[in-house]
Design a protein around this ligand. Structure first.
Ligand code: HEM
Length: 435
């Protein structure tokens, strides 16, 4: 190992932007895609200074090397963990666990995502989708997508989304999400100096308190009533978690991780379908065939292509090397932070010709390796909710297109912009009428 590493190049030779830190930070906040593309124009791997000093990995081989490593190769990045702790309300979220504790939490949550548990969401997704579109002539697409995904994730977590308690949980959760999404408000939350003076920070704390009080009341009532497994995530967490604090954090994590990327993907699909007539025609022909929405190849390809062109997590969570680590030709020192970037990999011309073009057929024509197509990550930290997200997207899109005709209200192109920690579309409206 040592001999091999000795023949490798020094990471100080990895290309890096010469722009001052503040300029890099503002460009990362305001236009993360342009920021990443500027680095990618120099090399497959490059140094950035924002969000922290780190290497962006944008080649399938580099991603393969990261995914192939055992969990213990990478350690926690402390300031990332602090942000996660802050957003999710303390210790206990799978997103910041590592080592043995991470493996325990992953094993605990996995059974919740088995097929039979997801089936219970089937009727719900179709019903909620219909209730949001019925009688409407025009919709703000992301608001409808948000309602569908919130209802699904709440039902999956608590067994229901109706009733005062779940509505309160949803309201407070959405309020917190709204604060994080706006850079100016988010700064007031994360900066300890601004926190002291900020009304936004006090509102945030109050909202989180209400959220946790409602989850605590639900746990208390279920324990008092001696309720067993209700087929939802809360049941699993109540059986397996060591503390209530862990339950709160995991619930918050699943709501955050499960809602935003699914909601933006649904919004993007409705945009692409309304923009490209050939895609809409092919999809309608398939949906109208009466086959189960879950087994339609073109619908599957449309979803894959939407996740390729704008993967909501455009960079993954940071990995910090604990030992000397070989990345392509470079020998990285311990404590080097790496961010694999699905956005950059998904826009490599040699893998995806005309990468800016929305063309679902590419997924019917060839197979992509798990390092070339990575919207759900890979290796040990791959997305635990992938099957649920795909199930939900297929049902929602299938229901909408089989029952309604959708058109863009305004033909202007929609851009991908920063939405909190992920990438999402600008707001746009759709005209809706029953088919
Ligand atoms: C289109 C929808 C979704 C996309 C594109 C997506 C993408 C991702 C990605 C890329 C990661 C890995 C991040 C990394 O390696 O640092 C991840 C992790 C995760 N996702 Fe998703 N996700 C989606 C939906 C969901 C849903 C519906 C849930 C749950 C209900 C969920 C729960 C999680 C959790 C808990 C993790 C952390 C897993 C771990 O650290 O072991 N995601 N997701």
């Amino acid at each position: 190992m040592t001999t091999l590493l000795n023949s490798l190049r020094n990471p100080t030779e990895i290309p890096s932007s010469k722009a001052p830190y503040l300029l890099q930070l503002s460009s990362f906040i305001l236009d993360p895609i342009a920021y990443l593309e500027a680095g990618f124009a120099r090399s497959d791997v490059f140094w950035v200074y924002a969000p922290m000093r780190a290497i962006i990995a944008a080649s399938p081989e580099a991603v393969r090397q990261v995914f192939a490593e055992p969990e213990e190769t990478f350690g926690v990045v402390e300031n990332f963990a602090d942000s996660v702790r802050f957003i999710f309300g303390g210790d206990g979220s799978i997103a910041m666990a590592s080592g043995e504790e991470y493996l325990r939490q992953r094993q605990m949550l996995l059974p919740a995502f088995r097929g039979e548990r997801m089936k219970t969401c089937r009727e719900l997704v179709c019903q909620v989708t219909r209730s949001l579109l019925d009688g409407k002539r025009k919709i703000v697409t992301e608001e409808v997508a948000r309602e569908i995904t919130v209802a699904t994730i709440l039902s999956f977590t608590f067994g229901s989304f109706e009733g005062e308690r779940y509505q309160t949980i949803a309201r407070e959760f959405m309020f917190q999400l709204g604060l994080i999404e706006t850079p100016l408000k988010a700064i007031q939350l994360f900066n300890p100096f601004l926190q002291v003076f900020s009304g936004t920070y006090r509102k945030w704390l109050r909202s989180r308190e209400i959220f946790f009080e409602e989850v605590a009341a639900e746990i208390r009532e279920r324990r008092q009533a001696g309720v067993g497994d209700q087929g939802d995530i809360l049941s699993i967490l109540m059986q397996e978690s060591e503390t209530n604090q862990e339950i709160y954090c995991q619930v918050m994590t699943l709501l955050f991780a499960g809602r935003e990327p699914t909601s933006y993907t649904l919004t993007w699909i409705l945009y692409w379908v309304s923009t490209i007539p050939e895609v809409k025609d092919k999809l309608l022909a398939e949906i109208d065939s009466g086959e189960d929405f879950r087994s339609l190849p073109y619908l599957d390809a449309v979803i894959k292509e939407a996740l390729r062109i704008y993967p909501p997590p455009y960079i993954f969570g940071p990995r910090k090397t604990k030992f000397p680590f070989k990345l392509l030709d470079w020998e990285l020192e311990p404590n080097t932070v790496i961010y694999p970037s699905p956005y950059l990999i998904h826009h490599r011309e040699e893998i995806y010709p005309e990468p800016e073009k929305f063309r679902p057929e590419r997924f019917l024509e060839r197979h992509f390796t798990p390092y070339e197509y990575i919207p759900f990550g890979g290796g040990h930290r791959s997305c635990i909710g992938m099957a649920l997200a795909l199930f939900e997207l297929k049902l929602a899109i299938g229901t909408i297109l089989s029952e309604y005709n959708v058109e863009l209200a305004d033909k202007r192109p929609v851009r991908a912009i920063r939405r909190g920690a992920v990438l999402g579309p600008e707001k746009f409206e759709l005209l809706v009428e029953p088919r």
